[in-house]
Design a binder for this molecule. Sequence first.
Ligand SMILES: [Zn+2]
Length: 333
Amino acid sequence: MLELERTILTAEMIAPDTGELISTRIEVRVDPLTGHTSRIVPSRGLMPPNEFDLEAFARENQPRCPFCPDRIERLTPRLPSAIDPDGRIARGEALLFPNLHAYSSHSCVSVYSPRLHYLPLGQFTERLMADNLAAQVGYAKAVMAAEPDARWASINAHHMLPSGSSLFHPHLQGVVDCRPTTLQRLLAQVPAAHFVAYLDAERRSGERFLVREGRVEWLVSFAPIAPAELRAFVVGVSSPAELDDELIAELANGLTRALNAYAELGYESFNLAMYGAPPGTAGYPLNLRIACRSNLRPFYRSDSTFLERLHWEGAVDLAPEDVADRLRDRFRA
Ligand SMILES: [Zn+2]
């Protein structure tokens, strides 16, 4: 049986005003899959709810947006014909094209819709998410068919500037490459039995488990890298390229619930990473992380500190169990 490992540290100091001894509890948790550690510190409002007028900011930057309807055809690149003869992949309102600023040999961007320059997290719908995921899955399949060495696919998002997006217009990003990213590599090295034991342990404890929706299981991370971090596991497929329409719909359902719930908590920026291993990797469940980022505001505090960036150590003041308590109803409704 898998034991979720945690160590309690105590920091002691003298209060500046009363001179009394203060003790602060810090919990260091070990991620059961990759072994990275994460610090859960007492709640002190590190992630304030959104107060920024995003709609006004959207109106201000829209005239220059290359992803809006009157410019997207003209200003975005087209896929090579070996990958797609039409140059772009369309599913519903979603439209996918190459990333002009590539990070790998196959990098793409897909907007939920050219008309949706502003898409607050409370207005995400399953349709928008499913169509955009379907475009990404179509891309991963097409790249792998054209280039058999490119076996490592991921579907990612950064939404709003604090999460790393240089463009305001909401979109997903896909990467298909001949080599994994660091976390894809670490996750692909995890023995299949570890995934099974982790999910068993979380199901049994129930403290962080959210729901099993079809073939997709959702839970709050035991050792989060980022605030309000959720994980989902899809048993039976190892790559986004293997997702069928039913699984895409199930994933879109969960992701939409997560984003709508983030909006209720006051968050408007997030990151997503769906970590694919090569198709057919035995015992590897396709899995994802989704997490909130700081809200946009002048002179905002980044939630990514020396710990996350340079120690690869999560540090959050939102206890995973509290996040689960606040999100559970949303997932089971
Ligand atoms: Zn736009």
